[in-house]
Design a protein around this ligand. Sequence first.
Ligand code: WTA
Length: 653
Amino acid sequence: MEVEAEQTRNLIHHSHKYAPSASFVEQANLKSFEEYKRLYDESINSPETFWGRVASELHWFNPWSQVLDSSDKPFFKWFVGAQTNLAYNCLDRHLELHGDKIALIYEGEPGDRLTYTYRQLHEETCKFANTLLHLGVRKGDRVAIYLPLVAESVISILAVARIGAIHNVIFGGFAVDSIKGRILDSTAKLIITSDGGYRRGRVIPLKDLVDEGVDGCPSVEKILVIRRHPDRQLPCKMQEGRDVWYHEVSQGKSLSHEAQHMDAEDMLFLLYTSGTTGSPKGIVHTTGGYMVGAYLTCKIVFDLKPHDIYWCTADVGWITGHTYVVYGPLLNATTVVIFEGAPDWPDKARFWDIIERYSVSVFYTAPTAIRTFMKWGDEFPNSKNLSSLRLLGSVGEPINPEAWLWYRTVIGHDNCPIVDTWWQTETGSILITPIPGVTLTKPGSATLPFFGIEPAVLTETGEVTDYGSLAIKKPWPSMLRGIYGNQERYKQGYWGMWEGKYYYTSDGALTDEDGYFWIIGRLDDIVNVAGHRVSTAELEGVVLEHHSVAESAFIGIHHDIKGQGLIAFIILRQGNVGSPKLKQEINEIIGKKLGKFELPEKIVFVNDLPKTRSGKIMRRLLRDVAEGRPLGNTTTLADPSVIDHIVEEFKLS
Ligand code: WTA
């Protein structure tokens, strides 16, 4: 972390400020720093007044008796006693005013296109909800969703929420073990998948992967399979009695359905994310507070207007997809674009083609994608008309100033504010971000807190400092409510660091003289590969499944495009010799069990790993080796000679 901290200090020292253009400010939802400050102060000093007012903009079947209940910290409750439904607020609430407005524009990788008005999306969601009820899914049941990014991903999420069941979306890039772990932990009753999806022209056999994944998962009663093409089937097997086709079982189901009244603190979804220990943890989000957070952040940070065409490129399998593809924009009656495929298929102008075709006005993507576009060259975005864009967003990892400036100039034509938004699966919605019509932005900084958020950079003992651990002082409506089945781990892991006084983010950060926050990355053993959280402990567990592997250490190092890339240091069992074939087999295990995006850049076979006398692997030294730096302090090593051998092997690999 020291290396990143030093680099960031340098950035802070040289940074320029960028103001939104006068024409942007003129039309912005929030126009002045004074306005931001007044609302921010209110949100901190009188959170109940502030959040109560925001929540009143949404529909509740029953009002709350209390906005925030902090009586059992850190098990905070929001909108106590109120009842609502997310799908109702995303759809039914808009029917009168926006029934004929386009809610969803879907483009498949092969070029198939569909649009749904709010009325049509409502009908499809009701039909889906009635089908789920018909299949025996009830309030509180867990439903896993493993789909490509097609319209049914949005529809199925809303349908599950509508009947009060709990969705657990599993990113389509995850493989068999990742699927199985999530289904076992959540004891899902039903899985929604499809016969396949497309990625760079190839069919991804999602149903086959699910078949393998559910093997040994006794909770699964039914697999509901959506046909990727309405008129033909991609090859897959169906198991009699367990598997049902959506197009068959949904036939004749009603297009209306009365949304289940959900308590504000009823669980809305589970989303698994990597933790420091081996298995991913199920982050619990509930109904009322999450809805209010998704609604307000989307409205303010993306400055949404009725005429906006909004495209967030995340997959619904990640939290960004939950909050900023599905819930946030639909709560705001926006037109949402989704795209199934890869940005370079069939050519490298595909994203810009989509922006031109649909006149996208707000575009939200990740730094890793921006760096990839930069590498491909300006001619691709320059070949399309991007003049519809008015606001750009970034999320998932720190954005380097070169990428920020390129994004601003080549994509935004120096005309669009950039919002670099910091948040996490656990936070549910954006916590640190510029307000586009207000904040003077600095490339590389997520700038200032959103309403209701009081961040601090702290030392281990809880003193405020300008470089340390990012912490959040107050609870906020969309915060996680726990870890599924492990509330003690929630309490210790997120609130234990400073005796319950602050939420621990696991991110390191700096602050500058303007009070801006500069996030530099994870302090734990999570590696952020192309914006995806990857657990080194989980990888280390999985490679042990290869009979030749005795022990391993995975680390993250700087990667020009992905932000971070993985390096694997592997000790083989006696009698085995490292070979290209062995590397390939190890990669196959990772790809097949966890997902291809978790493959290491490099595998290095070593005799030993650098460990302290108490047996802890010194990953910092492995990073020094892999990033070619002079080695830091090695005196705490049990056997300092180990590292010389690793340096040699790294050079040869
Ligand atoms: C990182 C994604 C710097 C951070 C929404 C965090 C960021 C982790 C930013 C959460 C940003 C996310 N600048 N770092 N703007 N946004 N991160 O749970 O390390 O997939 O802890 O949520 O991504 O990743 P997650």
